[in-house]
Design a protein around this ligand. Structure first.
Ligand code: NAP
Length: 313
């Protein structure tokens, strides 16, 4: 199977991820009809104005009726209620999936409520930005990024293949994994980095002997790169931490031990240890660039003052 086309794609939630799927699915002609459900009238209006969906419903039940692909694109904490709500209207043979950033909790939140006549395949596109809402999406978001599927025995091989082809057509590389393993991997690669960013930006905000204006003024020293991550959607990230508690706490324990080792090395003037750790981490960045997951440009390819003047000249 190298091509796939769904009759009707229903996106439950149409924020950054849902709207990026709508744009990409339309661009690549992956569904005859694309519909969404969104709770606020404003979101429905924007989605329609952008022309990324054919119909925007208030009630998710109306969106899933007649749909052969249903994708949950709301914060993870909403999934259980939504699954219970839409279950009676799901079509026989429909594929039901999601884009949630945690997987074990999603399997438990959605799986038990679905009828036997649908195929449930949890998923997570490892792609995103710090922006939210339907206007923030773009069709290229998934190109070259991994989409992890965590099938649990509630789907046929054929449906898993169909969903893989759907993500591949949008530019993703697809991999299958156990939900538990997904949560452990993402805890260290995504969830802990977000927690650290939220924490460091929060700490800077609380400092009494450094003024707010100094934090902003000297932010190019590293701080501003944390602020990008710390500007991510608070609802989404609250739900990620509440629903990946065990893996995050386990990784946080490891992180704290390593931070304590760094603290000790600094206190003991142990330059050798610091140098060894910093050299090891530099090699990791090289590997990420070599894997095509980051630009090799210095400072993330930002235009610097002198180049900016060159461009304007
Ligand atoms: P987003 O831009 O904030 O959009 C969220 C959507 O969910 C909006 O349509 C919103 O509707 C709707 N929604 C929020 N709370 C709801 C509720 N209580 N009931 C019904 N609908 C609700 O979020 P996103 O970044 O697309 O994230 C969506 C999902 O993708 C999350 O599960 C997240 O874990 C996952 N994900 C995100 C990223 C990322 O980097 N952002 C990456 C990979 C996966 P209104 O606009 O009407 O409020």
């Amino acid at each position: 199977m190298s091509e796939v086309k769904f009759k009707r794609l229903a996106l439950i939630g149409i924020g950054l991820i849902g709207s990026s799927i709508a744009r990409s699915a339309r661009l690549h002609n992956l569904a005859d009809e694309i519909v969404c459900a969104a709770r606020t009238a404003d979101t429905r209006r924007v989605a329609l104005e952008l022309g990324i969906v054919d119909t925007a419903y208030e009630n998710p039940l109306d969106a899933v009726k007649g749909s052969d692909l249903v994708i949950f694109c709301t914060p993870v904490g909403t999934y259980e209620t939504l699954a219970k709500l839409v279950a009676p209207a799901l079509e026989k043979g429909a594929i039901v999936t999601d884009v949630g950033s945690v997987k074990n909790a999603v399997v438990k939140a959605i799986g038990p409520h679905l009828p036997d006549h649908v195929d449930f395949i949890p998923g997570h596109p490892v792609a995103g930005t710090e922006k939210s809402g339907p206007a923030a999406g773009f069709a290229e978001l998934f190109i070259g990024r991994w989409c992890i599927l965590t099938p649990t025995g509630q789907a046929s091989e054929d449906s898993i293949k169909k969903l893989s082809v759907f993500w591949t057509a949008m530019g993703s590389k697809v991999e299958a994994m156990d939900p538990e393993h997904h949560d452990l991997v993402l805890a260290i690669t995504s969830h802990i980095p977000h927690l650290i960013a939220y924490n460091i930006v929060g700490t800077a905000d609380d400092l009494e002997d450094v003024t707010q204006s100094e934090v902003i003024k000297y932010s190019a020293g590293g701080f501003r790169d944390f602020t990008r991550i710390a500007a991510s959607d608070p609802t989404m990230w609250r739900d990620v931490f509440l629903h990946n508690k065990d893996a995050v706490l386990e990784m946080l324990g490891r992180f704290t031990e390593d931070l304590t080792a760094l603290q000790r090395a600094i206190r003991r003037d142990d330059g050798e240890t610091l140098f060894e750790i910093f050299s090891r981490t530099r090699a990791i960045r090289r590997q990420i660039i070599d894997a095509g997951q980051e630009t090799p440009e210095p400072d993330f390819g930002r235009v610097h003052a002198a180049e900016d003047l060159d461009h304007k000249a």
